[in-house]
Design a protein around this ligand. Structure first.
Ligand SMILES: [Zn+2]
Length: 167
């Protein structure tokens, strides 16, 4: 009998292997493991666009809430905004994150943003299933776009934060 575990973050249903939950994100161990696979793969590819950053932010925004630190959610959403609406490359998003962290300083307080209640169109499982190379890159872009769209209730807040701190 195949049993499935449902990820509390993205809702992906994956064969249950009784893995422990992620300690960084609101994610099942099975989903977290797939994400680890994806990021290891990204490192091998080392593309100049740096798709890896889109993965980090899409995953972060999709697995927020619960034990996840507010800064993780805010940074993920800022990254998605810059990539999706402002056309930043992953590398430019990474630089913006560093700039923001520096400006805000260590003790900065970040608002806790509650994730939307919905099912997600694309999860890490779809991304890993896409063939490495162009189809996966396309899927990563779509993933970032759909996750950003799902957070519509926080768009204004994130845009304002970006205008104040980055743009
Ligand atoms: Zn998940």
């Amino acid at each position: 009998m195949n049993r499935f575990s449902k990820c509390p973050g993205c809702g992906a249903e994956l064969p249950d292997r009784q893995l422990p939950m992620s300690d960084r994100y609101l994610a099942s161990g099975e989903c977290w493991e797939l994400y680890g696979e994806l990021t290891a793969n990204n490192m091998v590819e080392m593309d100049p666009f740096f798709y890896h950053q889109l993965c980090v932010d899409a995953y972060g925004a999709q697995h927020s809430g619960g034990p996840v630190k507010p800064i993780t959610t805010v940074f993920s959403l800022i990254g998605l905004y810059l990539a999706v609406e402002r056309g930043f490359t992953g590398r430019q998003v990474q630089n913006a994150h560093m700039k923001l962290a520096k400006k805000a300083g260590k003790g900065a307080e970040w608002p806790r943003l509650e994730p939307p209640e919905r099912t997600w169109e694309i999860t890490v499982s779809d991304v890993v299933s896409a063939e490495a190379g162009n189809s996966r890159k396309e899927m990563i872009k779509k993933w970032a776009e759909t996750v950003w769209r799902s957070w519509a209730h926080q768009h204004d807040r994130i845009r304002t934060l970006c205008e104040k701190w980055i743009l």
